[in-house]
Design a protein around this ligand. Structure first.
Ligand code: GLN
Length: 456
């Protein structure tokens, strides 16, 4: 813990930690020492973690990287962080992210962006660590902590993991409690581990997961010891390669990465087959209707009364002006865009044309996966991202849809509620990390982790 705290101070320029909690960390570390001496250590005892700013941590600023939550210190602890602390883990501080987890580059954060510790060849260009869990990815990649929590609504664990050469797992929807995590799109959000390797992901998921009566969507299912699933044996497993994920103009190095991944799994004894997920091309538009719709509803609670910051009012301002001014200055541009899109697609005249249609598409996407699994597929292999990490600011003038295209391989998994993992799978020509994604059957994270283990 002390070594991590020293590293964090030295790496301020990465912008990964937005709030440091050394006193809490050292106190937890002393408790962990005592626990270890007493012979009562659990798997996470004494492991120093970074916590994404989306998680409510008792008494500690929890701002979802938004101005509107300035000054908010929750009086409660999220179930995930509580589970981790109960297992003996240590909190070093809160990690940077895109505002309300909306983004793919960590550039929508009120704190400014986190930076990727990797460089493109000899260039000085600062690169994005990805988003929205950009601070988590940057911190784990730069060894500022041993692991971090992330959340993934459309790819926010897996894309930053791929961009920074670490492992990121989005569990099955309902595996991990969402209680105490600032809600973005409640039917898609899921927290998961961001770690240095698959074994750490298995250990951390075991500690994070579990039924929680405080989250009605958390499933009442025993949590297996996911580490025990890592046998390394994947003989006879069937790996599906979905042809719809082969995009026009996909860089040759992403193609090659995918081919290498197929070869590795085949060498380990898996059977690699071509499959079809025919509704894939509708996933991104469906996601960018459903996620903003849910976000517009979830973000209605930030009204200047209940949480965080309230705008300064002028004489004569009433409650409407208070709401308007608070929300206008409290939310950044991307968050405002999502609220506008979301309220539009939910409005009386457009509900059927957009929101209902997107829900139908979502059902078809889910069915595509079910059909593949019914035909005997155990896991699906795809690239995690369509490119390596891009330069910070590079997308600043681009159409927002350009940024949304980053999520093309990851959003399907959230729409279908499936577990997905990104594992580091090599470097591009400029020496930047690339990731492969494996998608598993619902509730079969152990199997998924074991297959990912064969890719390491
Ligand atoms: N990049 C996606 C978005 O902006 C996904 C974000 C996430 O998974 N939280 O919505």
């Amino acid at each position: 813990t002390e070594a991590c705290l020293t590293e964090i101070e030295a790496a301020d320029a990465l912008g990964a930690f937005v709030h440091k909690t050394p006193e809490i960390a050292l106190e937890q570390a002393r408790a962990a020492d005592a626990r270890i001496k007493a012979g009562e250590a659990a798997a996470m005892t004494g492991i120093p973690l970074g916590i994404k700013d989306l998680f409510c941590t008792r008494g500690v600023p929890s701002q979802a990287a938004s101005r509107i939550l300035e000054g908010f210190r929750p009086e409660y602890e999220s179930t995930v962080t509580q589970n981790l602390f109960d297992a003996g883990a240590i909190m070093l501080g809160k990690l940077n992210m895109d505002e309300f987890a909306m983004g793919s580059s960590n550039e929508t954060s009120v704190y400014g962006n986190a930076v990727n510790p990797w460089r493109r060849g000899n260039e000085d260009t600062a690169l994005t660590p990805g988003g929205s869990s950009g601070g988590s990815a940057s911190a784990v990649s730069a060894d500022l902590c041993l692991a971090a929590t992330g959340t993934d609504t459309g790819g926010s664990i897996r894309q930053p993991a791929a961009f920074t050469g670490i492992t990121g797992l989005k569990p099955t929807y309902g595996r991990v409690s969402r209680w105490g995590i600032v809600a973005f799109a409640s039917s898609l959000d899921q927290a998961g581990p961001m770690t240095k390797d698959v074994r750490d992901a298995a250990i951390m998921l075991t500690a994070m997961a579990g039924h929680d009566p405080k989250d009605s969507t958390s499933r009442d299912l025993a949590v297996p010891d996911f580490e025990a699933a890592l046998t390394g044996d994947i003989k006879g497993k069937v790996i599906g390669i979905p042809k719809e994920y082969r995009l026009d103009g996909m860089p040759a190095e992403i193609e090659k990465l995918w081919e290498d991944g197929k070869a590795m799994l085949a060498d380990a004894g898996a059977k690699v087959i071509d499959i079809t997920l025919p509704h894939t091309k509708y996933a991104l538009p469906a996601y960018y209707v459903i996620a903003p719709a849910e976000a517009s509803s979830n973000l209605a609670r930030y009204d200047g009364v209940r949480y965080g910051r309230r705008a300064k009012l002028a004489a004569g301002d009433g409650i409407t002006e208070m709401y308007e001014k608070t929300r206008a200055e409290g939310f950044g541009a991307e968050v405002q865009r999502r609220v506008m899109v979301g309220t539009y697609v939910l409005s009386a005249g457009f509900y059927d044309a957009y929101y209902n249609r997107a829900r139908k598409v979502r059902a078809l996407i889910k069915r595509d996966f079910e059909e593949a699994f019914d035909q005997g597929v155990d896991a699906i292999l795809t690239p995690a991202t369509p490119s390596a990490a891009f330069g910070l600011g590079e997308m600043a003038d681009a159409d927002p849809v350009q940024m949304y295209l980053n999520d093309v391989f990851t959003v399907t998994v959230n729409l279908a509620g499936l577990p997905g993992i990104s594992v580091p799978a090599g470097l591009d020509a400029k020496g930047l990390p690339l990731g492969l994604q494996l998608i598993g059957k619902p509730w079969e994270e152990g199997d998924l982790l074991n297959t990912a283990y064969a890719l390491e």
